[in-house]
Design a protein around this ligand. Structure first.
Ligand SMILES: NC(=O)c1ccc[n+]([C@@H]2O[C@H](COP(=O)([O-])OP(=O)(O)OC[C@H]3O[C@@H](n4cnc5c(N)ncnc54)[C@H](O)[C@@H]3O)[C@@H](O)[C@H]2O)c1
Length: 282
């Protein structure tokens, strides 16, 4: 229970099999109370498994956190809006009276970005930069200010990606947004170090999440498969390519988040660690 008495704010935490939910449950299992946030999404923007299970985003995750004996505060907010981010941080601090850990996990719903740079729509580029990068800056700015004011130090963990270190074809917007998160991690680590606040990034390879991808939905339809059947093929190909023989689970990523948020990571800042089974080494 190394996080007893700490309060964590986790973005993008509503997915039934997402990294945000896994991080919220892991931090809660270590004793933290959590504020969890996500945007309200229409039914056809959700993974089919979540619709079938009647999953209720951060309300469902809050119930799971409370079942672990910790407090949960669900807050619906759109990270595209600076004002909503400021309010989300204020609500967390007003409710709990403190803020120790920020996990920047949310990302733009993927798929429309999967295009060669010559075909990539500017609106898609802007949206990816806005949610994947600018929202990380804004959350760090507003939460960082509170951590400084409260004077207890703090931890910021940014979920970047292997795509933030090594780009792929058809990945300009996603990769640029994640490379930027790694730069932001280093700069904010230096700015916040004098206040005892560390800032690190976690860079996963492919994860066995049930995220929505417009590209996967289209590819499945073209092949006459369900979206979940197509996703299962991707998961199995990723496992074959992995030196450790499997794709990452959300919990593999949450374990590193928990370590970086905990007391044993006190002297680590500005770093970007891979969780990828050995597919990339830098
Ligand atoms: N899934 C993977 O294979 C993979 C691989 C490498 C890195 N990552 C990174 O890990 C993190 C989590 O991945 P995941 O697959 O669990 O995520 P995901 O695709 O399910 O998205 C995370 C959450 O972000 C939320 N979100 C989207 N737009 C938002 C907005 N405007 N405002 C607020 N929230 C919004 C979504 O609702 C979702 O719950 C992301 O940062 C992702 O880039 C994922």
């Amino acid at each position: 229970m190394s996080l007893q008495g700490k309060v964590a704010l986790i973005t993008g935490a509503g997915g039934m099999r997402g990294v945000g939910r896994a991080a919220a449950l892991k931090l809660a299992s270590q004793g933290a109370d959590v504020a969890i946030t996500d945007v309200r999404r229409p039914l056809d923007d959700l993974p089919p498994g979540e619709v079938r299970a009647e999953w209720q985003s951060i309300d469902s995750v809050s119930e799971e956190v409370r079942a672990l004996g910790r407090a949960a505060l669900p807050i619906y907010a759109d990270l595209a809006e600076s004002r909503q981010i400021e309010e989300l941080v204020a609500q967390t601090v007003n409710h709990y009276g403190r803020l120790d850990i920020l996990v920047n996990n949310a990302r733009a719903v993927i798929g429309r970005d999967k295009a060669p740079v010559t075909e990539l729509e500017e609106a898609v580029w802007q949206h990816f930069l806005n949610i994947n990068t600018t929202a990380v800056f804004r959350c760090t700015k507003f939460a960082g200010r509170e951590m400084v004011r409260l004077g207890n130090g703090g931890r910021v963990v940014n979920i970047a990606s292997n795509a933030g270190k090594q780009a792929s074809a058809d990945g300009a917007a996603y990769s640029a947004s994640k490379f930027a998160v790694i730069g932001l991690t280093q700069a904010s680590a230096l700015d916040l170090a004098p206040h005892g606040i560390t800032v690190n990034a976690v860079c996963p390879g492919p994860i066995n999440t049930d995220r929505m991808s417009y590209w996967e939905r289209d590819q499945a339809a073209q092949r006459g498969m369900t979206q979940e059947e197509f996703r299962a093929q991707i998961v199995s190909t990723s496992a074959e390519r992995s030196p450790l023989g499997r794709i990452a689970e959300a919990e593999d990523v949450a374990n590193l988040v928990s370590f970086l948020a905990g007391p044993d990571a006190e002297f680590i800042t500005g770093q970007s660690y891979n969780v990828n089974g050995g597919i990339l080494f830098h």
